[in-house]
Design a protein around this ligand. Sequence first.
Ligand code: RIB
Ligand code: CA
Length: 322
Amino acid sequence: MEKRKLIIDCDPGVDDALMLAYAAAHRDEFDILAVTTVSGNQDIEKVTRNALDLLSFYGMDVPVAKGMGEPLVKKSQYAPETHGESGLGACVLPRSSGNPVDENAVLFIRRILMGLKEGEKADIAATGPLTNIALVLKLFPEVKEKIREILFMGGSLSGGNVTEAAEFNFYTDPEAAKIVLHAGVPLIMCGLDVTEKCTLTRGQILKLCQSGHPVARVCGDMAGFSLENTSDKYRGETSMHDVAPLMYMTHPEIFKGGFHILDADCSEGPARGAVLGGFRWWRNEETEANVFALTDADTAKFQEYLIAALYSVGGAADPSGL
Ligand code: RIB
Ligand code: CA
C-alpha cells in the first residue's frame, strides 16, 4: 500500500517526543516529508534543537524546519512544569550534528506541498500551537488543494488544561486555531476529550524506564517527568496527547468521534482559547461541519500500540548514560 505523505508540525515537548518515536516506528506507513517546529512547550530554539536530537536518536533522516517563535497575537507561555526547562523533561540526548533547513517552516511547508506531483496530496499532523499552519493557509491558500487532511492535537469540548476553558495549544494561539478551523480543509481534531484517554500508567512508565532498549527507556524517562511533575502524579497516569493524531492514522478503529461545527474563542476574557460550538442533528447537517472531533479511545489498545512502537524503534546506538 502506498505510504501516506506526512508533514509533522510540533513543539517537542515530551508527548511530541513520543509522537515522533511513534512516527519512527511506522515508517512503512508514513512518508515523512518534514518535521517543522513551533514555539509552544518551550521556546523555538529549544523545540527545534529537541526535534533535531530526537530524529537523530530515532534514526530518522527527515528535514527539520524552524517555525514561528511567537503566536500570532500574544506572547508565548511555555510549559516547563510538564516538559522541563529543556522541553524533554530531565533527558539529555546526544546532540545531533544536523541543522534546520535555511527556510522558515511556513515557507518550507508551502514548498513541499506545492512540489507534490499533480494529484498528490499530503497530510499534516500538528501537535503544537497552530501558528505555522495558520500562516501557511492564510499566506498561500493555493496549498489547500494539496492537503488531504490536517490532524491536530488541540482544543477540548469539555474544559481546558491550562484554564478552565482552554487547552494549551488553543490557549497559546487561539487566533491561529480560528484560522485553521475556518480554512475549509478537512480537519481531524484530537482534543482533550480523547487525549485524556490516551495515557501511559505509572507502572508502564516504570517498566519502560527499566528497559534495556534505549528508545523505550528514554521515552519512559520523559513520560515519567510529566507524570511526576504535574497533578498526573495523583492520577497515576499521564496523557501522551500528541500520539493520538498519528495513532488515528494507523489504528482509526480504536477511536470514536463525530462531526462538529466549531470555532475558537479569541476574546480577552476567561474563555480565551475555548472551543465554541457543537452539533445538533435536528438543526445542523453534517455537510455544514468543519471538523471531525475525536471524543473517545480504547485506552488499553492505545497503550499496547504505543509501547510496542517504542520497543520497535531501532534508533541510534545506545548513548552512554541514558
Ligand atoms: O494540551 C496538550 C498539548 O499541549 C500537547 O500538544 C502538549 O505537547 C502541549 O503542547
Ligand atoms: Ca505538543
